[in-house]
Design a protein. Structure first.
Length: 229
């Protein structure tokens, strides 16, 4: 097992001065059966509770995002906040927050998933960014993570389709994508070859959006947000 693209990601993490309660799908219909869960479960963790000051800060940040309070979020950002890999800054991020509802939704997801420390003064969400991926099992950009507990995998991409099995925080390969009405379904295969369809809500790539936080003179602030490689 090796860290996901660790050798390539570490320099980027150092450039940003950073080098994951776990997100649960239990409120969704897609998790309400008692079928056996397949093996090959990915490691998942949220270390927020390990530092009291971070726990308080993350609570404030989560509340600001939930209330869509952009002024409050602005006060929680580093003055040199970095946005993406194209030289975006704090003002660019705040402007996008004003215009893009999906960015708020992405932040909701990142914060719910929890994160991990990279050194004593840096923290990254979501935990899936630093998951260990079995290098021999799937190519980098085929690997995705199930970010829910006992998520139903269906025979066809339909909410009424038969449930084949369940997954909890597994590493999977995404094979195709189909849209059925307002729902988006992903065709997935587990590392031991089981196949089916999962709602897009419960599948995440390690290089999807992630956010870094740092402790600066004893106070936590949001330092950067990026996605991709």
């Amino acid at each position: 097992m090796i860290g996901f693209r660790w050798a390539r990601l570490l320099p980027m993490a150092l450039l940003f001065f950073v080098v994951p309660d776990i997100y649960s799908a239990n409120e969704h219909e897609e998790t309400k059966t008692d079928r056996d869960v397949t093996e090959a479960t990915a490691c998942h963790v949220d270390e927020t509770h390990e530092d009291f000051s971070l726990k308080i800060f993350m609570g404030q940040f989560i509340e600001a995002v939930k209330s869509r309070d952009i002024k409050r979020i602005e006060r929680l950002l580093d003055t040199e906040f970095r946005y993406g890999f194209g030289g975006g800054d704090r003002d660019d991020f705040l402007a996008d927050m004003e215009q893009r509802r999906e960015l708020w939704e992405e932040l909701d997801t990142l914060l719910a998933l929890g994160g991990c420390f990279v050194g004593p003064d840096n923290f990254v969400v979501p935990y899936s960014f630093l998951l260990e991926i079995p290098e021999e099992s799937c190519a980098d950009f085929d690997c995705h993570v199930i970010v829910g507990n006992r998520v139903n995998v269906r025979v066809t991409p339909d909410i009424n389709s038969q449930i084949s099995f369940q997954l909890s925080y597994n590493i999977v390969r995404v094979e195709n994508r189909e849209k059925m009405g307002k729902n988006t379904w992903l065709g997935i295969a587990t590392l031991d070859g089981k196949k089916g369809y999962v709602h897009r809500k419960y599948v995440r790539h390690p290089l999807d959006y992630r956010m870094g936080f740092k402790r600066d003179h004893g106070a936590w602030i949001a330092e950067w947000l990026s996605s991709g490689d």
